[in-house]
Write a protein that binds this ligand. Structure first.
Ligand SMILES: [Zn+2]
Length: 337
C-alpha cells in the first residue's frame, strides 16, 4: 500500500470539475444542468472508488523517490495505483476503457493514475526501477490543473460511461484539446513529449541511467533518444530496443532546453497556468516561426508521427546549430571601416 494517500475527492469536488455541455435540450428530458452534472459526478465517483479498491503492488518500488521528484517538478499528489496486469485490466473495465498495450494511464475524469506492473517488462528492463519511470510519465500527465470537460447527452436513464463524452471546444488536458466533431484530439505529440521528458530526466538524474533501460537506440554515439529507450518483446517474440511514443518530442524539448535554459521550467509552469502555455508556444516559435503549430498537429497515435517526430528533431537541431554558429563570438572585425 502507498504510505500516504492522495487528497480525497468527493462527489461534489468531482462535480465542480465538470462543465456540462449538453447536446440537445436537457430540460426536455427533465434534467437541469446541475442534475446532469451530479449524475455524471456520481458515476465518475463510483468508478473512482472501484479502481481505488484495487491493491497497489509497490514492493521493491521506491515510491519515496518517485514522490520526491513529483514534488520537485511541482505536481500535486494524486491517487496512484500500481496494479498487477489482471487488476490493471479490471481498472480499465471499471472506467469503461478498452485494453491497450500501454504501461499506465492517467484517468482525468476520475483523477487517478494507474500503472501496469508487468513482470515480463520489468524483467526485460532490469527490475522495479522501470516501473518508477512509468509512474513518473503518468504523474507528469496528471499534473494538469485545468478542468475536465464532459458533455452530457440528455437521457433519463442512469448515466453510464457510454453516455459521457469528453467533448467540446473548450476541452483541454495539458497540451491536448478535443474539439467536437474531430475524431482525434490535437496536441498529443506535445503532451506525450512533456510526460516523456520528465520520465527521461528521472531515468538519468534519479536512476543514473543515461542510456535508458534499453541502451543505445540509434547507432550513433550519445544518441539523443537513448535515455528514453526500453526493451520490449516484438510480435516475433524477439527482444528489441524501443521508444515510447513521446520520445521524439521529448528529445526536441531537451534540444531546445540546451539553448533556452528556462524552457523546462516554462513547460512545468504550463501545467498550472494559461500564461505558461502561451509562453511555451512563444518559445517554440522563437526557434522557428510556426513550430508550435507544427508540433501541435502531430498526433502520436499514428505510425508516421514517429518518423515525423524524428524529422522535426533533425530540423530543430539544424536551426539551433546554425544559430549557435552565427552567434558564436567572431574574431575582431577589421578596424577603420
Ligand atoms: Zn503518455
Amino acid at each position: 500500500m502507498s504510505e500516504q494517500r492522495g487528497a480525497e475527492l468527493d462527489t461534489d469536488q468531482l462535480a465542480a470539475k465538470i462543465h456540462v455541455v449538453a447536446k440537445g435540450d436537457l430540460s426536455k428530458v427533465g434534467y437541469t444542468k446541475d442534475e446532469a452534472r451530479s449524475a455524471v459526478a456520481e458515476g465518475l465517483h463510483s468508478q473512482r472508488e472501484g479502481v481505488l479498491q484495487l491493491p497497489s503492488q509497490e514492493d521493491g518500488i521506491n515510491m519515496t523517490r518517485v514522490h520526491a521528484y513529483r514534488e520537485r517538478i511541482g505536481i500535486p499528489r494524486k491517487e496512484l495505483r500500481i496494479l498487477s496486469p489482471d487488476d490493471y485490466a479490471k481498472a480499465l473495465e471499471v472506467v469503461g476503457l478498452k485494453r491497450g498495450t500501454e504501461g499506465g494511464k492517467y484517468l482525468p475524469q476520475q483523477d487517478i493514475i494507474i500503472i501496469k506492473r508487468d513482470p515480463e517488462s520489468e524483467e526485460l528492463n532490469g527490475g522495479p526501477e522501470f516501473v518508477e519511470g512509468l509512474a513518473i510519465h503518468e504523474i507528469a500527465h496528471s499534473g494538469n490543473e485545468r478542468s475536465v470537460v464532459v458533455a452530457v447527452k440528455p437521457t433519463r436513464r442512469l448515466l453510464r460511461k457510454s453516455e459521457i463524452e469528453i467533448a467540446s471546444t473548450i476541452g483541454r488536458s495539458g497540451f491536448v484539446t478535443t474539439k467536437e466533431g474531430e475524431a482525434e484530439p490535437t496536441g498529443s505529440f506535445l503532451e506525450e513529449g512533456y510526460a516523456e521528458l520528465e520520465r527521461g530526466r528521472y531515468v538519468v538524474e534519479e536512476l543514473g541511467k543515461p542510456d535508458g533501460f534499453g541502451g543505445q537506440f540509434l547507432p550513433d554515439r550519445a544518441s539523443p533518444f537513448d535515455q528514453y529507450s526500453q526493451r520490449v518483446r516484438n510480435n516475433e517474440g524477439k527482444v528489441v530496443v524501443s521508444l515510447l511514443e513521446g520520445a521524439p518530442a521529448a528529445a526536441v524539448f531537451e534540444l531546445i532546453a540546451k539553448h533556452d535554459p528556462e524552457f523546462v521550467s516554462t513547460l512545468r509552469e504550463s501545467r498550472h497556468s494559461v500564461q505558461g502555455l502561451r509562453e511555451v508556444a512563444r518559445r517554440l516559435n522563437a526557434v522557428s516561426p510556426s513550430l508550435y503549430m507544427e508540433l501541435r498537429r502531430i498526433n502520436v497515435k499514428t505510425e508516421e508521427s514517429y518518423r515525423e517526430g524524428i524529422q522535426v528533431f533533425k530540423k530543430v537541431k539544424n536551426i539551433l546549430e546554425a544559430r549557435a554558429t552565427s552567434e558564436a563570438p567572431k574574431s575582431e572585425p577589421p578596424k577603420g571601416e
